[in-house]
Design a protein. Structure first.
Lengths: 446, 446
C-alpha cells in the first residue's frame, strides 16, 4: 500500500512539499485547503491597491497540481487532529488518515489581544482582505469628494498604515503612488495629492530585518512619495474615526497623540492559524505567544517524527545566526521542499542521512512605488544592497519568475508595463456592497 | 451659466452620452452611478465562468472620463426625481439640479413575480452576480468530488440554465466547455464530463431574435458541447434541490417534470431599474409590465422634453420593423449618442432639425464555447449568417475592439490566447466565504 501523506495548507510550504513529492508512485498524497487556490502572497498588496486583479496572483490548486495523478486536492477545513490514530478531522466529511502529516497552515494577522481593532483596521492575508482594503481606499477618496466639512474631509483623506515591515512599507508606497500619480486627475472637489499617508512603526526604523542603511533609504524613498514615516510610535487605540498613538521611547517623556483617519490598515502582527494550536494540543508540543508550534531541527513535532509543521505555523530552527527562520515566502518554500525530500529519504531507508533543516537566506526585496525600492541580498555582497531603480528592477524580475502560472506572468507583465507607461492602475473596482458607508436610504418622495 | 446635464447610470447608454457631450464647454455634466465602474456587460458571462477576471471587463468611470474637465463623476444612488423643480434626489447628500436629465439606469433580472426563486437561481447583471455564479459553479464540482451518495452527487453535477436568449446560450456553452475541457483532469472521484447541462427555454427555439436556421445551428453547436436543449419548456418552480418544468404547448398534453439540480442559473427575464419607475411616477409617464418607461420618438418623456430615458430603462420606438429597440448593447449605445447630439442641437437652436431616433441593426453575434458561435448581421447579406469558427472569429474581433481600456484589451487577448492554447480558464477563484455550503463546523475534539 502506498504511503499516505496528508498536507494541510496549499500556500508556499504545502504546495512546494506536494510538488517535490510528485511523481513518486510510492506516495498517496492528499492536499487539504480551505480555499480552492494557491495565493502568491507577496503581491497581495498590489491587489489591495488596485494594480492587479485577484485572479492574476492566484491559481486554482487543482490546475497547478492536475498532472500529479497520485495527488488528491480537497476543498475543506481541517479542524482537529487525532495523533494516536493518525487522522486529520475535517469540519465536514470523514477524517483523513495519514502515515505522514505536513502542517503548513500559515498565519493570519493578529491585533495583540485588541480584537476590537479588526473592524476598523483590516489586515492583509487573503484575497478577500485585499478586495476589502481596495474598497476602503477607493471609497475614502469618493467620500472625500462628496464631503464639504473640512474636518470630516481630512478624516477621509488620511490613511494610517500600522506596521513598518515589508507589507506596511509596500502598502504605504503604493498609497503614495495612488494619491500623487494614479488618481491625480480623477476628482473635481479634492486633490488626491492632499492625502495624508502615515506609516506608524513601534521600533526605531522601518524594515527592521534589513541593514540600517537600507532602512534609512526606504524611509527617504517613502518620504519622496509624500508618506509621513512615524517610527518609535506605538498604536494604543483604533476606532472608526482614527488612531491613538504614543510616541517617545521607554525612559523618555511619553506623549499621546490622536490622528483622525477613516482608513487604517493593519500590517503589524501575525498569529499562526488555529489548526497549528490544535496540532500542539493533540501532540503536547509547545507554542509561542503567536501560536506557532515549536518544532525540532528536522521540523517535526517532538515525539512525533511523522508530523511536520512548516512555514508560518511553526517556529523553525535553522535560520540566520542560529535564530528562527524568518516569516517570508522562502521561509515556507525551503521547508516545503526539505520535508518532501526527508520523507522520500525515510521511505528509502536513508532517514539517518537527513540533516537538520538549514535556511538559506536568498535575500529580501521591497518595492516602494514607481521605480523605487530597497534590496538586501547578503550573498551578492555589496551588490546585494541596492536602492531605487536597481532594487525595483530586481524585484520585478524575481516576482515574475516566481509567479505561478505562465498566463498570469504574461498578464501581470502587460498590466505592469501599461501602468508604468500610463501611471494608471487597472483594477480599481469597488465590489461588494457598492455604496458609501454609513448611508441610510431615505424614503423617496412619492 | 453652463447648461446642466445630469446623467443617471454609467452603462453603455450613459457613458456614450457623456462621451458625446464631451469637450463642449457650454455643458456642465454630472454622471451619477451606484458603482465606480463601467461594466462591459456582454462579457459578464465570461467572468461567471472563470475565463476572465472582473477587473478585465470593467473600468473605473473616473478614469474613462478623466480628461473631460466639465464632467463630474459621483458615486451615489439616485432614489427619486422632483420633475417640477428639476432635481434628482440621492440616497445621501443634496439633490442635483439639472436643465436636461438623461436616465440610463438599465435593468436587472426579473423572476416574473416569483421573487423566492432569486435565492436558488441567481441572475447575471453585475460583477457581484458574476463572482457569485462562478463560486456556485466551482463549488458544485468540489461538492460532487466529496459526495459519495449517487443521487446527491447527480444533483451537484446537474446545471440548469433558464432562458435561451444570448446570455443563456453563452452560459450554457461555457459550462459545456468547463465540464468537457477545462476541468477534465482536475478531479479524482468524478469525471466533470458527466455533468448534465440543461438549457430550458419556454419558446420553441433558442435565440428567438435570430433567424430560424441560426437558432437551429446554435442548438446543434450546444448539443455538440453536451448541452441538453429543452425548448417549449416552462419553469414553474425552483427550490434548493432542483427545478420543476412543464412541457408541451398550449393545446397539447402538458406534462410536469422534476429536474434535480443544485445549480440553477437565471437568464430569462429582465426588469427596468426602480429609478425608471420613479421617473414615470414623477412625470406621469406610462410603464410596461417590465417597468420600462414609454418614451416619445425623440426618447423623451411625454410632456417633459428635458427628460430623456434610454436603453433598458425605456421602451424605445425606432427599432427594427417599426417595433421597439432590442435590449442589446447597441440599443443603449446608439440612443446615448443620439440624445447627446439632440441636446447639442437644441442648444444651438436647431431643435427642429433633430429627427426621431432610428435604430441601426448592426447585427448580433453569440459565441458557443470554443471556436463556435452564430451570427446574424443583416447588412452583410448572406455573409452575415455565419456559424462555427467564422462566427467565433467575428465575435472575437468585435469584442476586442469595443472593450473599454487598451490595457484590458491586451490582457483579455493574452488570456484568451492562453486559454485557447491550454484549454484552461485563468480566473477560477472561489472568493467570498470559502467553504462548501450547508456545512456546520462541529466542535473539534479537545
Amino acid at each position: 500500500m502506498a504511503h499516505r501523506v496528508v498536507i494541510v495548507g496549499g500556500g508556499f510550504g504545502g504546495l512546494n512539499a506536494a510538488q517535490t513529492l510528485d511523481g513518486d508512485r510510492r506516495f498517496d498524497i492528499t492536499l487539504v485547503d480551505r480555499h480552492n487556490y494557491h495565493l502568491f502572497q507577496p503581491l497581495l498588496y498590489q491587489v489591495a491597491t488596485g494594480a492587479l486583479a485577484p485572479g492574476e496572483i492566484a491559481q486554482p490548486l487543482r490546475s497547478i497540481l492536475r498532472r500529479h495523478r497520485n495527488l488528491t486536492v480537497l476543498l475543506g477545513e481541517a479542524v482537529g487532529l487525532d495523533a494516536a490514530s493518525r487522522q486529520v478531522l475535517l469540519s465536514d466529511g470523514g477524517p483523513i488518515p495519514y502515515d505522514t502529516l505536513i502542517v503548513a497552515t500559515g498565519a493570519h494577522h493578529s491585533y495583540f489581544g485588541n480584537d476590537a481593532w479588526a473592524r476598523f483596521a483590516p489586515g492583509l492575508k487573503t484575497i478577500d482582505d485585499a478586495t476589502a482594503i481596495r474598497r476602503r481606499i477607493l471609497i475614502a477618496f469618493e467620500a472625500a469628494e462628496r464631503e464639504h466639512v473640512p474636518e470630516r474631509r481630512l478624516e477621509w483623506m488620511t490613511f494610517v498604515i500600522v506596521g513598518g515591515g515589508p507589507t506596511g512599507v509596500e502598502l504605504a508606497g503604493s498609497l503614495g503612488e495612488i494619491a500623487h500619480d494614479t488618481l491625480r486627475r480623477d476628482f473635481r472637489s479634492i486633490d488626491p495629492a492632499d492625502a495624508r499617508i502615515l506609516l506608524v512603526e513601534a521600533l526605531p526604523r522601518v524594515l527592521p530585518p534589513y541593514p540600517e542603511d537600507r532602512s534609512a533609504s526606504a524611509r527617504r524613498q517613502l518620504e519622496r512619495l509624500g508618506v509621513v514615516v512615524r517610527t518609535d510610535t506605538r498604536v494604543v487605540g483604533i476606532d472608526e474615526h482614527g488612531v491613538t498613538v504614543e510616541t517617545g521611547s521607554g525612559t523618555d517623556h511619553v506623549e499621546t497623540e490622536r490622528i483622525p483617519a477613516r482608513t487604517v490598515l493593519w500590517a503589524a502582527g501575525v498569529q499562526a492559524s488555529s489548526f497549528a494550536r490544535k496540532v500542539a494540543t493533540a501532540t503536547g508540543a509547545e507554542v509561542d505567544r503567536s501560536g506557532r508550534v515549536k518544532v525540532e531541527p528536522h521540523l517535526t513535532v517532538p515525539g512525533h517524527p511523522e508530523i511536520f509543521v512548516i512555514g508560518d505555523a511553526a517556529i523553525q530552527p535553522g535560520g540566520p545566526k542560529g535564530g528562527p527562520v524568518p516569516g517570508v515566502a522562502q521561509g515556507a518554500i525551503q521547508p516545503g521542499k526539505y520535508v518532501a525530500k526527508a520523507i522520500k529519504a525515510r521511505l528509502a531507508g536513508r532517514a539517518a542521512d537527513v540533516r537538520p533543516f538549514h535556511y538559506v537566506n536568498r535575500g529580501d526585496v521591497a518595492v516602494i512605488g514607481r521605480l523605487a525600492g530597497v534590496t538586501n541580498i547578503p550573498w551578492l555582497g555589496p551588490f546585494g544592497r541596492q536602492s531605487g531603480f536597481a532594487a525595483w528592477a530586481l524585484w520585478l524580475g524575481i516576482h515574475i519568475v516566481y509567479l505561478i502560472g505562465f498566463a498570469n506572468r504574461l498578464v501581470v507583465l502587460v498590466r505592469w508595463a501599461w501602468s508604468f507607461l500610463t501611471h494608471g492602475r487597472g483594477s480599481r473596482l469597488i465590489t461588494g456592497s457598492p455604496l458609501l458607508p454609513d448611508i441610510e436610504e431615505p424614503e423617496p418622495p412619492a
